[in-house]
Structure formats: C-alpha cells, structure tokens
Design a protein around this ligand. Structure first.
Ligand code: GDP
Ligand code: GDP
Length: 499
C-alpha cells in the first residue's frame, strides 16, 4: 500500500488537517486536586467543552470533552475530574464502576496526573489499579503536576520521580498545568503515540478515497461501518437537549459556560448497536437563523458548516406547537429542512412532546398532528419524497430506539451503492413503464450508473446531445426512491452524452 508507505516513511502527520472525528482521545485521570481540570483548560484554551453530567449516588460527576491543541498536535481530551469525590468517602474504584465503560470507550490514551508537592498518595495507587483493570490497553503517561514549585529544588524532584515509578507506568514527566512548564515534554511523550495511532487509522480509512472514483460496481469499503455523524437541529425548546440525553443515556448535556463565546461545533460520541455515532452540535441554529442582522450571519455560516459535517440531520418539531398552529413547520424550519437536503444530508423529522397530546389520543388533535406533519412536509418539500417522520416523547426517555432505528436506516440508505447491472435492469423496467414519446424527447438513456454514495449520485449516459427533460429527471428520481426505498435521501442525477 503506497499510502501507508508514505505515512510510515514520513512519520510526520499533520494533525491540523485531520478530521476531528478521526483524532485520538486522551483521558486525563488522577485523584482529586492533582490539577486535571487545570490541565484540561490549558489544552483546550478558550474553546468550548462539552459536559456530560452523570448522576451517581446523587452526586454530580462531570466529564468534559474538548479539542486539545498542543503545538501542532490535535487530539480530543476528556477531563474525568467529576469521576471522583472526596477522598474520605471511600474507594474511587467502587464509586466509578458505573462510569468506566462510559469514559474508557471514548479514549485510547491517558495522562495520569500526580501532585509532585504532596508525593505519592494511596489514592494515586488506586487510580493506577483502576486504569489497569478497566483500560488494560492504555499505557498512561505519568505527569507530575505542580512541578513549578520544585523549580529550584532538584532533590525533591528526583525523589518524586523515583516514587512515581512505583505506579509501574514508566518514567514520569514534570509539568505544571498552571504555568505551562513541561508542555514540550508532554508533547514529546504524546506525539509518537498519537502518530502511531493516526498511521493506523488513516490506513484503515485510506480506502475511503475510492468513494470519489467513479466505479461501476459495489464498493469494497463497508461505509456503513464508518462513524455516523448526526446533527440534531430545531428551534429553542423543542427538546433537542432532552433527545440528546436519551441518546447518550446520561442525565444532562450542557454546553460549558463559555458557550456563545466560541461557536465551534461541540460533539459527543456514543455507541449504538456496535456503531459509533458522533453528535455534531448545531444548537441554537434556528434561533440565530431567525434573526437577521449583525454577527448572527456569521453564526449561520458556522452552523451551515456544522450541518455539512453531519451525515444525517434530525429536525425536531414540537407537537404541542403544531397542535396549536395552523402549519406544522415555521418558515425557519422549512428553510433548514430544505438546506439539509440541498447540502445532500439525509433528513429525519422528529415530532417531540407527543405526551402532551396524550389522554386525547383519539381526539382530533393527536390524529391531526400524526396525519398533518408528513403531508405538510411532502407539500413544502416536493423534491424529497418520503422523508421519515417519527413521533416521540423524549421526556419519557423512550425515544432512543425509535430515533436511532430511523437515523441508522437513513444513514445506511445514504451510503447505499447499487451495481450498474442492477441499475440497468431497473432502468429497463422503468422505461417500459414510462414511454419516451410522452416526453417528446429524442434522447435515450444508454445506461445508468452510480458514481458516488453519501449521498447516492447517479449518471445517466445519453445517446445524442439532448438532455432529459426536468419532468423525466423527476420521474427517474421518484422511481429510484420508490423502488429502492430511499425516502428522505437526497438523490442526484447527472447527465452525460456519449457520442
Ligand atoms: P482536579 O481536581 O484534579 O481537577 O484539580 P484542579 O484542576 O481543580 O486543581 C486543584 C488545585 O490545584 C487548584 O487549586 C489548582 O489551582 C491547583 N493547581 C492545578 N495545577 C497546578 C500547578 O501546575 N501548579 C500549582 N501550584 N497548582 C496547581
Ligand atoms: P432545546 O432547547 O431544544 O434543547 O429543548 P430542551 O431539551 O431544553 O427542552 C425544552 C423544554 O421542553 C424542557 O422544559 C423539557 O423538559 C421539555 N421537553 C423536552 N422533551 C419533552 C417531551 O417529550 N415532552 C414534554 N412534555 N416536554 C418535553
């Protein structure tokens, strides 16, 4: 593999150019007060962090996730500061049992912080045990934090370093999260590990390039195995965060206090039936799109960029609002649905808060919503037939399966590849259904092939110079959607004339 050869030979990966989703994750671990949050903040600087808020023994534990920049290194970093409580109240091991799977499935690497001023603490050994038990594959970098205090005192420094080796994770590095001392050492320790990791990941993904080569038959890469990127969009208060939480199966997701300062997309990640799902954040997107002036336009651009990062866009509507209003979708909601489709994203509509119409289950209201929404969507977006609409009540926590089933179904269809043989069998059938003469067209499709997936894109090769009429293209699109069950998928058909 030539690609691999280049990477290995160069052994220099430009992390700044790598898709954030492919970047490795580094977890910061350590007992309370060693400076985990301080290091986390230094690594992400002023960028936003995503906070997972997990209830456990009625004590709040936060896990923050952010994009770390360390020189030219980029990685995702997790701060596990919320994992532990006061040292006095028992073993970290027992308290964090429920959390381990959650955090560890998200990380490939760890920075194990200790406090050089206090020396090794029994709890440090517990953290070490915890790591060995729950993350046997992770070989943490031990970092003696608060080392700036030892600047002129080399004896205690050497003592600390020797002591740290008792943990069994090799020689420690000396850092100071507060002053930035030792960041070069941290960089040098991380770089080779992250680089090795990236070489492996990029090699795994290199075959993806084949997507963009016109290929006449099914692609070898199983694209549905790649991480699914999902954006949940909608007006404020429709229940986006509530849905997010049912998906993550954690209690609350909050954007940190610096939200609004930085408007980067923030992400969370979870596993669903063996698949990795990334949540692309577009929070408040409609709120900003509704406003017209000032810096808002910038945010709209940003949100649009985030929308582009999504494979599937889930547009959330509020059932109670729909029941009250004359129309199912506001102008802004129509705009975003159309934009998602224009950008080639798969679209799913979620009507949330159905519980508010319960009790009146047989009433006209409930029925009106269930019937009106799909119809109206079809009316405002005639170009995309069969957009899936699901009705849930996120607050009851039961929407997860319904949402994920639809999202995955849409994603798989978005990734669909049809062989040229199959398409041309299909085309013959379609042509027999629909006479050319009806269209008054002189053109004839010689053959039909899929050039690309994600979203499915087709080329009709025509004999003669006359292009297909719009009506005929619409007819072909509609037939493709119906025959291959591609509701909610933006399909593209291009035309080429062959001499
Ligand atoms: P965590 O509980 O591990 O997240 O620890 P924090 O980040 O909250 O830090 C605990 C305390 O140590 C705070 O008072 C920090 O200001 C302090 N601290 C963190 N890093 C350093 C450092 O490098 N040097 C010194 N002197 N203090 C630090
Ligand atoms: P966001 O602004 O779109 O993120 O909306 P939130 O998730 O913060 O929800 C807004 C409000 O709607 C909160 O008070 C939620 O408790 C409530 N809510 C969310 N989902 C449901 C639901 O399924 N049923 C009901 N009755 N209320 C809900």
């Amino acid at each position: 593999n030539t690609k691999e050869a280049t990477f290995v030979a160069k052994k220099h990966i430009d992390f700044t150019k790598i898709d954030i989703n492919l970047l490795p994750t580094v977890m910061i671990v350590g007992r309370p007060n060693v400076g985990k949050s301080a290091l986390f903040n230094r690594l992400i600087r002023r960028r936003e962090a995503l906070v997972y808020n997990t209830p456990d023994d009625h004590v709040t534990r936060d896990i923050r996730e952010g994009l770390a920049k360390l020189g030219d290194l980029r990685f995702r970093v997790l701060d596990s500061a919320g994992l532990e409580t006061e040292a006095s109240s028992g073993s970290i091991l027992s308290r964090t049992a429920g959390m381990t799977a959650n955090v560890l499935t998200r990380s490939q690497f760890a920075i194990f912080l200790i406090d050089v001023r206090t020396g090794l603490h029994p709890l440090d050994k517990e953290v070490g045990k915890w790591l060995r038990r729950h993350a046997p594959g992770v070989n943490p970098i031990v970092a003696m934090n608060k080392s700036e205090s030892l600047h002129y005192d080399t004896d205690s420094f050497a003592e600390g370093a020797m002591e740290a080796q008792i943990l069994g994770f090799g020689e420690p590095i000396a850092i100071s999260a507060e002053t930035g001392l030792g960041m070069v050492a941290l960089y040098e320790a991380l770089r080779p590990m992250l680089e090795d990791y990236m070489v492996r990941v990029l090699d795994d993904n290199s075959s993806q390039d084949e997507n963009f080569k016109p290929s006449s038959d099914c692609c070898k890469v199983d694209e549905s195995k790649l991480p699914l990127q999902l954006a949940i969009v909608g007006r404020p208060n429709v229940g986006k965060s509530t849905i997010l939480n049912t998906l993550l199966q954690e209690d609350r997701v909050l954007v940190g206090p610096e939200a609004g300062l930085t408007r980067d997309s923030v992400r969370a990640q979870f596993q669903y039936q063996g698949r990795t799902v990334y949540l692309v954040d577009t929070a408040g997107w409609l709120q900003r799109a509704d406003r017209q002036k000032g810096p808002a336009s910038l945010s709209v651009m940003q949100s649009r960029k985030n929308l582009m990062r999504a494979h599937v866009v889930a547009l959330v509507l509020d059932a109670e609002e729909i029941a009250k209003a004359r129309r199912s979708m506001t102008h802004a909601e129509v705009v975003i649905a159309r934009r998602a489709v224009e950008e080639g994203r798969g679209l799913v509509v979620i009507v949330n808060k159905m519980d508010l119409l319960k009790g009146k289950r047989n009433s006209t209201l409930y029925k009106k919503v269930v019937e009106a929404v799909p119809q109206e969507i079809q009316m405002v977006m005639p170009q995309v037939t069969g957009i899936p609409v699901i009705f849930i009540s996120a607050i009851e926590g039961r929407g997860r399966t319904a949402v994920m089933r639809q999202v995955i179904d849409t994603y798989d269809k978005w990734c669909l590849r049809l062989s040229t043989a199959r398409l041309n069998r299909w085309l013959r059938k379609v042509m027999s259904r629909h006479s050319w003469k009806d269209q008054g067209a002189q053109t004839k499709i010689k053959y039909f092939t899929q050039v690309k997936a994600r979203p499915p894109t087709f080329v009709a090769f025509l004999s003669g110079k006359t292009m297909l009429s719009d009506t005929y293209v619409k007819f072909l699109t509609k037939s493709l959607k119906e025959d291959f069950d591609l509701g909610g998928i933006p399909i593209r058909i291009m035309q080429r004339s062959v001499p």
